[in-house]
Write a protein that binds this ligand. Structure first.
Ligand code: KIV
Length: 274
């Protein structure tokens, strides 16, 4: 497989993602934290690259995403932005960097101006509507991360599947609608039951990107290190090692993109039926 694609580059925008959702073409997304891996993802024609605060665990070796700072996010975002060509670049807003609309605006602007991000991602439910509204009003594209929210690790009592009882399920569905109404352009659903994911997909208009959610989501995201089989610690059930059977890192990334596009990933074993 070639390392450098010779296809003409048409930048991926929110309109591209909306069209893909409408046509049923699946959106492929992976995390990246540096220029070298970004070039590998670009060569695999990935649509979305996320500079996730998962960099706390996979790059910095800390136990949770909580210690990651805005300055660290900007540094990694800038590394990725230098090698980005076509993919839409999303940056995570780290823990406690968006606790008020004013703080969110200041930090999102830094991620975009200094880091080169094209969209910011924040965790939370309907209670973040005011922040999302302020960002949207200022022309900042927002991805809202629902379900398992790693920045709420201590509040949630660990990394657990979300939406297992009727009240919790309804609250995720309500949150998704509130965030869309507030101006979120994209939703990311992590580690929720298939039924919850399917209801969110059916009751919202913006593309939903899943991780441990459902194959009916408009797209899928995984942490790069997880698909390369080098997860520090225990690999979550919703991940798949695409290095198995691949002859190179480039090959593994291309296999991931192809599996998302064909619907082969996620399989039932990567989702949670209850
Ligand atoms: O930080 C991250 O990499 C993420 C993904 C797991 C979705 O939020």
């Amino acid at each position: 497989m070639s390392t450098y694609s010779d296809k003409p580059l048409t930048a991926v925008t929110l309109n591209t993602l909306a069209k893909m959702k409408k046509s049923g073409e699946k959106i492929a997304c992976l995390t990246a934290y540096d220029a070298t891996f970004t070039a590998v993802l670009e060569a695999a024609d990935i649509e979305v690259i996320l500079v996730g605060d998962s960099l706390g665990m996979v790059i910095q070796g800390v136990a949770t995403t909580l210690p990651v700072t805005v300055d660290e996010m900007i540094y990694h975002c800038r590394c990725v932005a230098r090698a980005r060509k076509r993919a839409l670049l999303i940056a995570d807003m780290p823990f406690m960097s968006y606790s008020s609309p004013a703080q969110a605006l200041e930090n999102a602007a830094r991620l975009m101006k200094e880091g080169g991000a094209q969209m910011v991602k924040l965790e939370g439910g309907g209670d973040q509507s005011e922040v999302v509204r302020a960002l949207a009003r200022n022309g900042i594209p927002v991805c809202a991360h629902l379900g398992l929210r790693p920045q709420s690790f201590y509040k949630m009592g660990g990394y657990r599947v979300q939406g297992r009882d009727a009240a919790a399920a309804q609250s995720i569905v309500d949150d998704a609608q509130a965030l869309q109404l507030a101006g979120a352009d994209l939703l990311l659903l992590e580690c929720v039951t298939t039924a919850v994911a399917e209801t969110v997909v059916a009751t919202t208009e913006v593309p939903v990107i899943g991780i441990g959610a459902a194959s009916s989501c408009a797209g899928q995201v995984l942490v790069l290190h997880d698909i390369l089989g080098i997860t520090p610690g225990k690999r979550p059930r919703f991940c798949k090692d695409f290095m198995l059977g691949a002859d190179s890192i480039q090959g593994a990334v291309e296999r991931y993109v192809a599996a998302v596009k064909s619907g082969a990933f996620p399989a039932a074993e990567h989702t949670f039926c209850t």
